[in-house]
Structures are given as structure tokens and as C-alpha cells.
Ligand binder design. Structure first.
Ligand code: S2G
Ligand code: ZN
Length: 460
């Protein structure tokens, strides 16, 4: 530890695990974005809340910026440490602390993986219903800091709905114990909701009490081949009308092409423009009959041209893999990614506008669309054409972003549905938030993090 500031930190917190190992700096200094080379001062691995508070107080004394770090599965650069910040990794604070059968709450430390929370809930015959593909590596602290959504928002909402209590260490090192698991608490501003979705810019999540819920009844999964976006929206309307939906996801033929190239089994004899994966209650004969009726209606109307309904958990999982395997199948191309939302009613018009703009501007670029139709949340990945050099591709992507921002403004959408603003989307925050709102956010940050040490440069 040559840096005297780190020597002082180690002296103040003798039990604190600290690393300046280059491998650790590289590994903990970034998330899934690749644009900013990681360059943290060091990685701190606090083991408890007192050590987190000590680190924040030390940072205030030395003016060192802090980057809270969880599973680092973010896609907007929110966990990137590229300017000598101290990374505060919550990896060691990864335990289940308590379960209450009456409140049906699980109290966990922030470094616990989402999948471990799912397993702990299941041990008590309950479920924690926020779920998405990165479940094995993302951590609850990060899920809370980004108000993570995923594939079951259509029934269960975002992370925000499930946080019964939250302990955070603010930018001054103060520990706040918010809401304490109360269902009702009409005692002024609900401060926990300031921190949920704040991307580590207001404080560090050090403990969360989560509501759990009863497991859903038996379900089925349907994969549907759909000829056009307008038809897809009719399928969605019919599904909402006839089925008790748990998820309703879509993806395009290009998405399926890459998932199959990555090893999945082709579900149909030929390719189709769009696909839907939907999961719904199938707890009894009536529900299963309703599902068949729904499928037949969609076929008769021509909204669907082919389909398969799962008849086992294994088959349901295989159908889900066609959707959840998209990100992984594209990772090797280091694609341009964006995550946007419009009102559900605007999805077809937004998609039609964007597809026309991209076909006109970049006819030979491989564009992959997929996402959560029920949330109006669309994910776009653009793959670099082999013959195009990376610098040109980056310029093309900047242009794609301006096309997206302009089209979103026309359709009153948001430049970020669930991935946050981080570093990637900062230039476009003003396209979706007013100057007054941004000024207020800066004011709130000024109160909770007066030295501006918490994840500086992210979001604001
Ligand atoms: C999802 C991943 C988005 C992406 O729903 O799978 O949030 O571009 C995403 O990989
Ligand atoms: Zn998503």
C-alpha cells in the first residue's frame, strides 16, 4: 500500500480487506460496459456496516471518490471506476440475516446474489419475484441501486415494490435505517425510495428487508411465431384478456438466429419476423383450456402462425432459454446496446419508426430487438458489421442513439427503462427529465453527499 491515503485507511480500519492487486483493480473496476478502462485507486471489501461507515468517513477526510460495486452486471457504466476512485465491493457482505414468517420478509446483506435470495425464499415456501437472466451474478444491493426489473415486472413490478426496509450509509457516513419493514408508515417523505434507483450516487445499500410472496400456481410457457408487430400487440391484448400473465416477452428473428447459432434448438421449421415467450397460470383444466382457446383464437385471426405450449418444466425452461440466451449469444460481438421504454400503446409506432430509420441508414447492419412488451421496454443490440472498423462503428452507434433519442422524444418515451443512466446515457438525461427535475436531483445529492464522493460522474 504505497499510497499514504490507503495506509491511513488500513490504520483506521485494521480489519478491512483492501487490495491494489492489478487483477482485482481490473475485475472490480468495471461492469459489463467496455468503453472505460478501469483505473480504481484500490478495492475495499468491507465485512460489515461499521467498516462501510469508516470507509465513507475516511473518503470525506481525504476527498477520495467511492464507487459501490456489486455483481457489476450493469450495462450503463454505473459501476465503472476509471478515475482513481476507491471501489467499495460488497462481495463479503452476502448473507441472509433473518427471515420472518409472519411479515414474510427476508433481511439480507447487499452482496447476496439474486439467485441466493430466490433460494432462501423457496426454503421458506415463498418466492422473491423479481427475476432476470443475470440472477446468478447480480447482487441485491445493485438490484436496489438500479431498481432492477426483468421478466416478471408485468405481474410483480420492479425491485422498488419489494423493499420493505433499507439500511444505507449516506455520502457523509451516516447510517439510515429506513421504513424498518413496515407495510404502512405515513410519517413524511419515504426516503427509501430516494435511494432505490439512485445508482450509488446518494449512498451505499448495506442491508435490505425484502417482502416475499406466495409461489405462483403451476404455469405454462408458450412460444409463438408472429408475423408483424401490430399482430404481436393484438396477441398481447388477447393474452392479457384471457390469461393470468406472469411474463410476456418478445424478440425478433435476428435474436433467435443468434441464440440458435449459440447452440439452442430451433423451435420451428422456418424463421418468423417476431416471437413471443409468455408464461401464465395453468393451475387447472379451465386455465389450460383458456390457454388453448387463446392460442386457437390467435391462429384463426392470423396473429400467430405457429406456436408451442410447454408440457413439462424442462420444456418451459428450454423455451425461456430462447429469450434469456439472447444477451449471452450476442456478448462476443460486443454490440451497441440500448434499453428504452415507451407507453405500451406506442410500441408498434415506435418500432416501425426505428426500423424504417435503421433500414434506411444502415441496411446491412445486424439489429436485434427484444424485451418486455408488457412494460413497453424494448432492448436493442446493434452488431458491428465485420467489414466496418470499430471507430466507424462507434460513430454509427452515436448516430443510432440520436435516432433513438429523437424517436423517443416523438413518442414521449425514456432513454432508459431499467438499465439506469450511469455513464453511457448521461448526455441524454435531459431528453427525458426536465431542467427543474435535474436541478432537484442535484440538490438532493448535495444534501446526502455534500462532498460529491458517491459514484461521481454517474447519472448527474
Ligand atoms: C434483458 C438485457 C439487455 C441487453 O432483459 O435481457 O435487460 O441488451 C436485458 O443485453
Ligand atoms: Zn431487460
Amino acid at each position: 500500500m504505497s499510497d499514504p491515503r490507503l495506509t491511513d485507511l488500513a490504520r483506521q480500519l485494521p480489519g478491512l480487506k483492501l487490495s491494489t492487486d492489478p487483477g482485482d483493480l481490473e475485475h472490480h473496476g468495471r461492469d459489463w460496459t467496455r468503453r472505460w478502462p478501469p483505473a480504481p485507486l484500490a478495492i475495499a471489501y468491507p465485512g460489515d456496516i461499521a467498516e462501510v461507515q469508516g470507509i465513507v468517513r475516511w473518503a470525506n477526510a481525504h476527498g477520495v471518490a467511492l464507487v459501490p460495486s456489486g455483481g457489476r452486471t450493469g450495462l450503463s457504466g454505473g459501476a465503472v471506476a476509471a478515475h482513481g476512485e476507491l471501489v467499495v465491493s460488497l462481495d463479503r457482505m452476502n448473507k441472509v440475516l433473518a427471515f420472518d414468517p409472519v411479515d414474510r420478509t427476508l433481511t439480507v446483506q447487499p452482496g447476496i446474489a439474486l439467485e441466493a435470495v430466490h433460494n432462501a425464499a423457496r426454503e421458506h415456501g415463498l418466492v422473491y419475484p423479481v427475476d432476470f437472466a443475470a440472477r446468478g451474478s447480480c447482487q441485491l444491493g445493485g438490484n436496489i441501486a438500479t431498481n432492477a426489473g426483468g421478466i416478471r415486472v408485468i405481474r410483480y413490478g420492479n425491485t422498488r415494490q419489494w423493499v420493505a426496509g433499507l439500511k444505507v450509509v449516506t455520502g457523509t457516513g451516516e447510517l439510515l435505517d429506513l421504513n424498518k419493514g413496515l407495510v404502512k408508515n405515513a410519517s413524511g417523505y419515504d426516503l427509501r425510495h430516494l435511494f432505490i434507483g439512485s445508482e450509488g450516487t446518494l449512498g451505499i445499500v448495506v442491508e435490505a428487508t425484502l417482502w416475499l410472496t406466495s409461489p405462483p400456481p403451476a404455469s405454462q410457457v408458450m412460444l409463438l411465431a408472429v408475423p408483424a408487430m401490430d399482430a404481436l400487440m393484438k396477441v398481447f391484448a388477447e393474452a392479457r384478456h384471457r390469461l393470468h400473465l406472469e411474463a410476456f416477452e418478445f424478440f425478433t428473428d435476428r435474436a433467435l438466429h443468434h441464440v440458435l447459432a449459440h447452440g439452442a434448438q430451433a423451435p420451428f421449421a422456418e424463421a418468423h419476423p417476431f416471437y413471443v415467450v409468455t408464461e401464465f397460470d395453468a393451475c387447472d383444466e379451465a386455465a389450460e383450456a383458456a390457454a388453448l382457446g387463446f392460442f386457437e383464437q390467435c391462429m384463426e385471426e392470423g396473429w400467430v402462425v405457429d406456436g408451442v405450449i410447454s408440457s413439462s418444466e424442462a420444456q418451459a425452461a428450454a423455451l425461456w432459454r430462447l429469450r434469456e440466451g439472447i444477451t449471452e449469444s450476442l456478448a462476443k460481438y460486443k454490440p451497441y446496446k440500448n434499453d428504452v421504454s415507451v407507453r405500451i400503446s406506442r410500441v408498434p409506432a415506435f418500432m416501425a419508426d426505428m426500423q424504417a430509420l435503421l433500414a434506411e441508414g444502415y441496411p446491412d447492419v445486424d439489429v436485434v430487438w427484444f424485451g418486455h412488451i408488457g412494460d413497453g421496454n424494448l432492448h436493442i443490440n446493434v452488431l458491428k458489421p465485420a467489414e466496418v472498423d470499430y471507430a466507424t462503428f462507434v460513430a454509427q452507434c452515436e448516430h443510432v442513439t440520436t435516432l433513438l433519442v429523437d424517436t423517443l422524444e416523438r413518442h414521449e418515451g425514456s432513454i432508459s427503462a431499467e438499465h439506469g443512466i450511469g455513464l453511457v446515457k448521461k448526455p441524454w438525461l435531459g431528453s427525458v427529465r426536465s431542467d427543474a427535475e435535474i436541478a432537484l436531483m442535484r440538490g438532493i445529492k448535495g444534501v446526502l453527499d455534500p462532498m460529491g464522493l458517491m459514484n461521481p460522474g454517474k447519472l448527474l
